[in-house]
Design a protein around this ligand. Structure first.
Ligand code: URA
Length: 185
């Protein structure tokens, strides 16, 4: 039987490879359409995500839902995940070691879903997909990685909650993503 996302979720629950497991409530795998052509990748779960065991369900998630709506998507249409599968204490930035330890889970999700477009949300996720360039240089544009994969970086929704000046950029990035997806249909 081929591995499913539910199998991956069960395996993640039993995994002890990252010290963040000790300080969080529960692991948070991605969720959404297992056949999604677009996958969004954030940084790490926050307080609400840690409590509910689901990605992007707090304030940043509400903004993400709204942004998805502007290009005609509901969250069930896409796949939403994170680089790190556990909430870092006090929502501190995940360390390079924590990101590297959790990376095989994201790789497994990508291998199962095989999205055509991955949208890293913010700099933590961006670094795993494009080696060079900052989020401020690369956001809002498609970057072709292979014939079957394009990376489309977008600012993290939480960044716009802290810095309202970024809000318009986020809407513009989603609008550019929507146009890109439409042109590829
Ligand atoms: N921020 C993230 O990067 N991921 C979440 O799941 C929630 C907030």
């Amino acid at each position: 039987m081929p591995l499913t996302l539910d199998d991956v979720r069960d395996k993640l629950k039993a995994w002890d490879g990252c010290a963040l497991k000790k300080t969080c409530t529960q692991a948070v795998l991605g969720e959404g359409n297992p056949q999604a052509s677009v996958m969004f990748v954030g940084e790490a779960p926050g307080e609400q995500e840690d409590r509910q065991g689901r990605p992007f369900v707090g304030p940043a998630g509400k903004l993400l839902d709204e942004l998805l709506g502007t290009i005609g998507f509901k969250r069930e249409d896409v796949y939403i995940s994170n680089v790190v599968k556990y909430r870092p204490p006090e929502n501190r930035d995940p360390t390079d070691e924590e990101k590297a330890q959790c990376m095989p889970w994201l790789q497994l999700e990508i291998a199962l879903i095989r999205p055509r477009v991955i949208a890293p949300l913010g700099r933590h996720a961006l670094g795993h997909f494009l080696a060079k360039g900052s989020i401020s240089q690369l956001h809002g544009k498609p970057h072709k990685v292979t014939d079957s994969l394009t990376v489309f970086p977008i600012y993290h929704p939480a960044a716009a909650l802290h810095n309202p000046g970024l809000r318009q950029s986020l809407y513009d990035d989603f609008s550019a993503l929507g146009a890109f997806l439409k042109a590829r249909q």
